[in-house]
Design a protein around this ligand. Sequence first.
Ligand code: PMT
Length: 402
Amino acid sequence: MLKDKHIIVGVTGGIAAYKVVDVVSRLKKLNANVEVIMTKNATKFVTPLTFQTLSLNPVYVGLFDEPKHYDVEHISLAERADMFLIAPATANVIGKVANGIADDLLTTTIMATRSKVVFAPAMNTNMYTNPIVQKNMEYLKELGYEFIDPGTGMLACQTYGPGRMSEPKEIVDYILDNFTNKKLSGKKIVVTAGPTMEPIDPVRYITNHSSGKMGYSIAKEANNRGADVVLITGPTNLEPPSRVKVVRVNTTREMFNAVEEYFSTCDVLIKAAAPLDYRPERVQEEKIKKDSVGMDELDIKFIRNPDIAAHFGKIKENRIIVGFAAETNNLIQYGKEKLYKKNLDFIVANDISKEGAGFKTDTNIVTIIDKEGNIEDYPILDKSQVAQIVLDKVYTLLNTKS
Ligand code: PMT
């Protein structure tokens, strides 16, 4: 996702430097080209070798070190940056940049770059709240420098308060956000994800194999594209994307209610969840004892749950509703039936019996069918790529409807 993007990471001398190791690793996994500049103090916390090994690039420390290439290093680094991240950003580096001091390779390069510069501050609470530091940050913001605000929590100095550097995932999401298109900004998108579960008694429940990966990928991508996203999720083990409103539900009826709450104000509803179609007619208040129901058989009567997509399909007006269809055979035929029956704009059908498709995997193999009868088959793709395709289609539809 960050292919061809050149990100310079400036590491300064704070304990949070250890977290930046994870930031660099995550950026590399997204195919960014990462180069690291460390201050001398930063090398006391993490070795240049660590960053060199992860970034697969030489690490720069001193202004007058033996050059890695035969050009003026701070100028060439500054010029090839698509983005400059300073993490952790100490009070010292913020103060230097705010006051035009360029006395080492990092601050000289920051001074010379025309790329976006983003600081991820990390420092003791008293330092962070010090009016001098606050004033320096305000001034830099006025000049267009950006800040990923630190979190509040227990700091390395054993005090509690603001100053803890943002988590690596949030920092990387911020960077991703910068490079992805914002075509869905101003749109409100509700995404459902994961399974639902229906209780049988206080101990037992039924559910299905949905992990939530497909829906979470869509929520993340929609948010990256600037949409205001509500993720309504059944029980999953996934970490929700940052900056997305998360509504957690268990049963299909709870999912229905949550969709109802956000439907009237949304532009798009994407139903990637796998809600249970049936629930036990009666939830036993006490644990079902083997002795009370007989040793060999247990009869449970199931009744229908509401069909969320079909219900909101009937009252959708100008909204776009996208459905998914999990099938094991007759993909196109069943997909089409659901598309029309639920009044969807298009349906993403996946044959869950195929290797690399459907539940739990990081990939999916989908066929998209729209109301005009167009059918598009896609090869095996990461769920994040499927999310991009789905949102490209949503964007086109939003434009045709407006
Ligand atoms: O979560 P993962 O592990 O990543 O797996 C992804 C997935 C296989 C769950 C996903 O790609 C998928 O196919 N989701 C839809 C699963 C499903 O419930 O399919 P269905 O054919 O039963 O339902 C068709 C559509 O109606 C779906 O959009 C579904 O969300 C919706 N539905 C179904 C039942 C119900 N009671 N209410 C609904 O709104």
